[in-house]
Design a protein around this ligand. Structure first.
Ligand SMILES: *Cc1c(COP(=O)(O)O)cnc(C)c1O
Length: 426
C-alpha cells in the first residue's frame, strides 16, 4: 500500500463509504479536462463529473487564474454587514440568466444548505404574513441532500433510515413519469386543497440520486400551475440540473410556468469550490422586507458568499455561456440520442433515457431496481477496470460527463457500455 493510502486508512472517513468492505480509494494526483491521473500512473476518464459538479473539466486554467487573482485581492469577508464585488457581480449575472421572475440571490456553500434555505424562506414567507401553512410536498423518490431538513424532503431511498424518527413530516406524491402524469397531479391537488401547504419542492425533469428518473416539462408545468392556483410556492431544486446539464442553462428553461424559488450548487463554480445559491422572487423577498426585525431571515453561514467561490462561479459562467461550451453540450446531447437509438433494443436494458448531457440506462436485474442492488459493485468495477469512472446507482448506469469530454473519450465510454451490456446479459 502506498504511504498515502496507509495514512488515509488510518485517519480518514470517506463519504457514502462502508469503510470495512469498500476497496481502498484511488489516490488522484492531477486532473486535466475530463481526465484524472492516479498516483500510480493510471489515466481515468471522469464520466460522472466527480459527483456531478465538474462541468468544464478538471483544473481549468481560466477558472484557476480567476480564483488566484481573487485570492490575492480578498479571500473572504463576513457577508453580514459587508459586501464585495464578486458576490454582487455574480448575483447580477445569475439574475440575468435565470427565469425572469427571479429577483434575489441568497448565498450558502452546498446543495443541502441551498435547499434548507429555500424551505426556510417558504415557511417564513407565510409566517411573516400571519399565516400558518406548515405542509411541504415532495416526490416519492426525491433526493434533496444530507442535512436533517434535506433528508426529510428526500423520499424513501433507505439511506436515512437511522434518522427516521428525527425527520419532519413531508407529504409525498408520485412523480409524473410518462403515463402517471394525472395520478401525480391528482395527488398534488388533493393535498393542496387542504390549504395548509407552504411549498412543493422538486428536482425538475431529472431526479438524480433516485435513479436518474426522468419526466416531461408539460407534466411539471401542470404541477407548478396547480401549486400557484392554491397559493403554494414551487421550489425547483436545480442543484444537479443547473448550468447546462439538461441541454438548456436550467431545467426550468424547458417550462412555461416559473418556480418561486430555485436552489443552485454543484455546477455553479464549475465544480471547483463549494458555493451555492438560493434564488427567489421579489414577492418572497418583500415578505421579509420590513421595519420589524422579527421578519428577518435569520440564516447565514461562516463562508456565505465566499469571494473565491464567487470568482470561480463568475469564471465558470463565462465558460458555460461561451459558444464552444454550448456547442459541446449540443454535441453530447445529439450523441447520447444516437447511442440510445443504437442500443435501446438490447436485452440487457430495462430502460434507457437521456436529457441533455445525462444518459441513464437501467440494467436488467433479477432483483428490483434499487440503490442497494448488488450489481452496483460489479458494474462499478467493470468500468473502472477499463479506466472509466461511472458510479452506478444500483443497477442504473449513468453518464454525466464534463462538457469538454472529447468525442474519442465519449466513444470509449460508449464502447465500455456496449461491452457491459454483453457481459451482463440476463
Ligand atoms: C447533490 C444534490 C443535493 C445536495 O447537494 P450537496 O452539495 O451534496 O449538499 C441536493 N439536491 C440535489 C438535486 C442534488 O443532486
Amino acid at each position: 500500500m502506498s504511504d498515502l493510502l496507509s495514512r488515509d486508512a488510518q485517519y480518514v472517513w470517506h463519504p457514502y463509504t462502508q469503510m470495512k468492505t469498500a476497496p481502498s480509494p484511488l489516490p488522484i494526483v492531477k486532473g486535466e479536462g475530463a481526465l484524472l491521473f492516479t498516483e500510480d500512473g493510471r489515466t481515468l476518464i471522469d464520466g460522472i463529473s466527480s459527483w456531478w459538479v465538474n462541468i468544464h473539466g478538471h483544473s481549468h486554467p481560466y477558472i484557476a487564474e480567476r480564483i488566484a487573482a481573487q485570492a490575492l485581492e480578498l479571500e473572504h469577508v463576513i457577508f453580514s454587514g459587508f459586501t464585495h464585488p464578486p458576490a454582487v457581480d455574480l448575483a447580477e449575472k445569475l439574475i440575468d440568466i435565470l427565469p425572469g421572475n427571479m429577483a434575489r440571490v441568497f448565498y450558502s456553500d452546498n446543495g443541502s444548505t441551498a435547499v434548507e434555505i429555500a424551505v426556510k424562506m417558504a415557511i417564513q414567507y407565510f409566517y411573516n404574513q400571519g399565516m400558518s401553512r406548515p405542509g411541504i410536498i415532495a416526490f416519492e423518490q426525491a433526493f434533496h441532500g444530507e442535512t436533517f431538513g434535506a433528508m426529510s424532503l428526500s423520499g424513501e431511498l433507505a439511506l436515512f433510515d437511522a434518522f427516521e424518527k428525527h425527520l419532519f413530516r413531508v407529504d409525498r406524491i408520485p412523480a409524473p413519469f410518462p403515463g402517471r402524469e394525472q395520478e401525480s397531479l391528482d395527488a398534488l391537488e388533493a393535498i393542496l386543497k387542504q390549504g395548509d401547504t407552504c411549498a412543493f419542492i422538486f428536482e425538475p425533469l431529472i431526479m438524480g440520486a433516485g435513479g436518474m428518473l426522468m419526466y416531461e416539462p408539460e407534466a411539471l408545468d401542470a404541477l407548478i400551475k396547480c401549486c400557484h392556483e392554491h397559493g403554494a410556492l414551487a421550489i425547483a431544486d436545480e442543484v444537479m440540473t443547473g448550468f447546462g446539464r439538461t441541454g438548456k442553462i436550467f431545467a426550468c428553461d424547458y417550462l412555461e410556468e416559473t418556480p418561486d424559488l430555485m436552489c443552485l450548487a454543484k455546477g455553479l463554480t464549475g465544480g471547483v469550490l463549494p458555493l451555492s445559491a438560493t434564488v427567489c422572487t421579489a414577492d418572497i423577498f418583500n415578505a421579509f422586507y420590513s421595519e420589524d426585525k422579527k421578519r428577518t431571515l435569520f440564516h447565514g453561514h461562516s463562508f456565505t458568499a465566499n469571494p473565491l467561490g464567487c470568482a470561480a462561479a463568475l469564471a465558470s459562467m463565462d465558460l458555460t455561456l461561451s459558444e464552444t461550451c454550448q456547442n459541446s453540450i449540443a454535441r453530447l446531447t445529439a450523441r447520447h440520442r444516437a447511442f440510445i437509438e443504437e442500443v435501446k433494443a438490447h436485452p440487457t436494458l430495462i430502460h434507457i433515457r437521456a436529457r441533455g448531457t445525462i444518459l441513464a440506462m437501467e440494467f436488467h436485474t433479477p432483483d428490483a431496481t434499487s440503490y442497494f442492488n448488488n450489481m452496483r459493485d460489479q458494474l462499478y468495477n467493470f468500468f473502472l477496470d477499463q479506466d472509466i469512472i461511472l458510479r452506478p446507482l444500483g443497477n442504473v448506469v449513468y453518464v454525466m460527463p464534463p462538457y469538454c469530454l472529447t468525442d474519442e473519450q465519449l466513444e470509449k465510454i460508449y464502447a465500455a457500455l456496449r461491452e457491459a451490456m454483453e457481459a451482463f446479459k440476463p
